[in-house]
Design a protein. Structure first.
Length: 218
């Protein structure tokens, strides 16, 4: 059996299904049909989950990626009164996957947006030994599962998949979530982030985008 040919067919069928579901999702979005919108959203997330089962490791500039996402989230949340602030220094290069790291960080930021008691979420990149990481500091507690059904368990799985780590540090007033990834020295091959920062989060599957537009999924 030609497994590559079978894989290409499977991928093509999956993309066809994605486009079909995306069409109905867009229509329900325009029609403001919340019930259909919720069902299509769940279906799209399930299909997206299949794509997360495999990934190609790459060298990622964690600082650039984190800054772009944080700035984009701050723009999206400008009317809500919640601010996202990035504090970073020199570039941090890690071995991972920019798409999955983006999704994990978006889950943390949407979690902080939903459950934080303050209107400020601080994000920064740090170095710890042989790892570089992302810290998200928010007032209040993070929820293990947010309204989109992912939450901290999703973030933990992403970090473990990339041979990293994830943990929470909590005080009476603040909670800090930390994602760690193994360092990379292959800077010349690092991922080049899209200059259009909004494109990193402004999509119909982003938990941040969904919550900021007032759609709640239970």
């Amino acid at each position: 059996m030609n497994y590559k040919h079978f894989s290409d067919i499977y991928t093509g069928e999956r993309e066809f299904q994605r486009e079909k579901m995306q069409f109905f999702f867009d229509k329900s979005f325009r029609d403001k049909d919340e019930n259909l919108l919720r069902n299509q959203y769940v279906s799209l997330r399930q299909l997206e989950f299949l794509d997360d089962l495999t990934f190609e490791p790459e060298c990622v500039d964690l600082s650039s990626l984190t800054e772009n996402i944080t700035v984009a989230c701050d723009i999206l949340s400008s009317e809500s009164g919640v601010s996202f602030i990035y504090c970073g220094d020199s570039p941090c290069y890690v071995i991972g996957n920019s798409r999955l790291i983006t999704k994990a960080l978006l889950n943390l930021l949407s979690n902080a947006y939903l459950y934080g008691r303050e209107n400020l979420v601080t994000v920064k990149t740090v170095e710890q030994g042989n790892c570089c990481g992302i810290e998200v500091l928010s007032g209040g507690s993070f929820s293990e599962d947010n309204k989109t059904g992912n939450g901290l368990s999703f973030v933990r799985n992403i970090c473990n998949k990339m041979h990293g780590n994830f943990f929470i540090e909590q005080t009476l007033s603040h909670t800090k979530a930390i994602m760690l990834f193994p360092k990379s020295n292959l800077r010349e091959n690092s991922t080049r982030e899209n200059a259009d920062i909004l494109s990193l989060v402004y999509n119909r599957l982003s938990p941040v985008c969904v919550e900021m537009f007032g759609m709640e999924y239970h």
